[in-house]
Ligand binder design. Structure first.
Ligand SMILES: Cc1cc2nc3c(=O)[nH]c(=O)nc-3n(C[C@H](O)[C@H](O)[C@H](O)COP(=O)(O)OP(=O)(O)OC[C@H]3O[C@@H](n4cnc5c(N)ncnc54)[C@H](O)[C@@H]3O)c2cc1C
Length: 475
């Protein structure tokens, strides 16, 4: 076995590990990246990229059905699901070189394609290589969690790791789990022609603003997605049409049959192969325990991305963590995580975005100092031109004018969210957003309008009116 001494060993070549490797290599560190499966991890191969590519195909199909409002005769699209699957594969393949071994070796990193496990503090074995590292970053990610449903092991089901390889359009897709992954897949399959039923033990999209999430669900229901919230799945079994779920709902038991089943019921960290005990790294079922500097319980060992206990599981957080861990591992160890301006988006059509605190969280922290201002997309000319006015920008602000959080439902909510993250992060007050000039006609005007709404009572107060009357006498 060969021994390699490095400044930094990164375990996992997903979004988190690749970002850490790229930063460390460009800083001139001797860095080795160990990846046991496909480079790019979940995001590229079975997460963000294929899901958005499938949604894009679904949107094209939907546009063909819904042109009548614009005077375009609607037609039912002929969906070639194998070709849709090929489109998804093509998008992955096009992006893959950016995450490839060649690119990272070009940046100066050494890439080992093997499974990594600790043999001691900062000692790792990967294939035929023994690695002695001054610092280690664990970026092993998460995989789909399987709920405890009696009989589930006897039926065929998809997870995000397998559904994008499916080449046959499901006749009736049952989706267990109403989080962002389940909801995106539900809309994508419905628009491509499947019947879809979403089942959740609680509320669908529970972390999002209840009012805007409710509007989104009503739109999806209008497209034909069936939602069964607060159901307990008591059994899974095979049936003539594919799979049957026995559910208990409001005290009644019934059976729902589908042709295919997707389990999208949460994530679990990938810890089993790492032998973390040998490194002295503390972990729980939720992931690796870290402090705000992303340090684990073992000196010189950091954890980032989906593998971290309690951290938000998004690609942008993986990249954010990577910057903090690399700074703390290789430079001045002062960087700390803060999720105050965290954005997330469910990429349905329309998109549902959240940045920073929800109204409920803000009220818990700031009580009566919270102001909530909602601008409907019916008031936005661009949304009117596109007949896409069901959404809104809901701004949650402190009475001082500080932005606490924003929820947005709109076709471009993800893009609209960014400026609010910047405002929260930089402490920019609503005044700056209200005074900015947004190009006309854009959805961004709704952001500006929400900020302006905050100042409306002051601007159009009795005092202002009296002053205007006074000035009119002076002229
Ligand atoms: C369907 C779906 C859609 C999503 N959409 C979005 C989205 O739109 N936007 C967004 O921000 N996020 C999205 N996410 C979440 C996002 O994909 C993850 O947050 C992100 O991929 C996490 O990156 P990571 O590097 O921490 O983990 P991963 O991407 O899981 O990478 C971890 C890597 O570590 C490797 N590994 C594990 N153990 C070992 C070992 N012992 N030795 C060597 N290698 C090892 C794995 O093979 C894997 O490649 C989505 C997720 C899913 C499932």
């Amino acid at each position: 076995m060969q021994e390699l001494a490095v400044d930094l060993c990164v375990i996992g070549g997903g979004a988190a590990g690749l970002s850490a490797t790229s930063l460390a290599a460009q800083l001139g560190a001797r860095v080795v990246l160990v990846e046991r499966a496909d480079m790019g991890g979940e995001c590229l191969n079975s997460g963000c990229v294929p899901s958005k590519a499938l949604l894009a195909a679904a949107k094209a199909a939907h546009a063909m059905r819904s042109g009548a409002r614009f005077g375009i005769a609607p037609v039912e699209p002929a969906v070639d699901f194998a070709a849709v699957r090929a489109h998804v594969r093509q998008v992955i393949d096009t992006i893959a070189p950016h995450d490839s071994v060649e690119r990272f070796e070009g940046l100066g990193a050494r890439v080992i394609r093997a499974e990594a496990r600790f043999t001691g503090p900062r000692m790792i074995v990967a294939g035929e290589q023994r690695i002695r590292a001054r610092r280690v970053v664990i970026a092993a990610g998460s995989g789909p969690a399987t709920p405890k449903i009696p009989g589930l092991d006897t039926v065929r089901f998809f997870t995000n790791e397998t559904i994008f390889g499916n080449e046959t359009l499901p006749e009736h897709l049952l989706v267990v789990g109403g989080g962002p992954i389940g909801i995106e897949m539900a809309q994508a399959h419905r628009r491509l022609g499947s019947r879809v039923t979403v089942l959740d033990s609680g509320r669908v999209l529970p972390r999002d603003d209840p009012e805007l999430a409710g509007r989104l669900l009503r739109l999806l229901a209008g497209e034909g997605v069936v939602f069964r919230e607060h159901v307990e799945i008591v059994a899974a079994s095979g049936c003539a049409s594919g799979v049957a779920l026995t559910v208990r709902e409001h005290g009644r038991t019934s059976v729902i049959e589908g042709s295919h089943l997707l389990i999208a019921a949460g994530r679990k960290p990938r810890l089993a192969s790492l032998d973390l005990g040998k490194a002295g790294v503390r972990f729980s079922d939720g992931g690796i325990v870290v402090d705000r500097k992303l340090r684990t319980s073992a000196t010189g060992v950091f954890a980032i991305g989906d593998v971290v206990a309690g951290a938000p599981r998004f690609t942008h957080i993986a990249g954010y963590h990577a910057g903090i861990a690399v700074q703390n591992a290789l430079l001045f160890p002062f960087a700390k995580t803060s999720y105050e301006a965290l954005p997330w988006v469910t990429y349905c059509d329309p998109e549902l975005a959240q940045v920073g605190a929800s109204e409920a969280d803000a009220r818990r922290t700031h009580g009566d100092d919270v102001r909530v201002l909602t601008v409907e997309m019916t008031a936005n000319d661009r949304a009117q031109t596109e007949l896409a006015t069901a959404g809104a920008v809901k701004l949650v602000a402190h009475r001082s004018g500080r932005v606490l959080g924003v929820s947005i439902l709109d076709a471009h909510a993800g893009e609209l969210a960014h400026v609010w993250g910047l405002a929260i992060r930089s402490g920019t007050t609503l005044k700056n957003i209200a005074r900015s000039i947004a190009p006309y006609p854009t959805r961004s005007e709704a952001n500006k309008a929400a900020a302006a709404e905050f100042y409306r009572p002051k601007l159009f107060s009795d005092l202002s009116r009296r002053m205007v009357r006074l000035f009119s006498h002076l002229a």
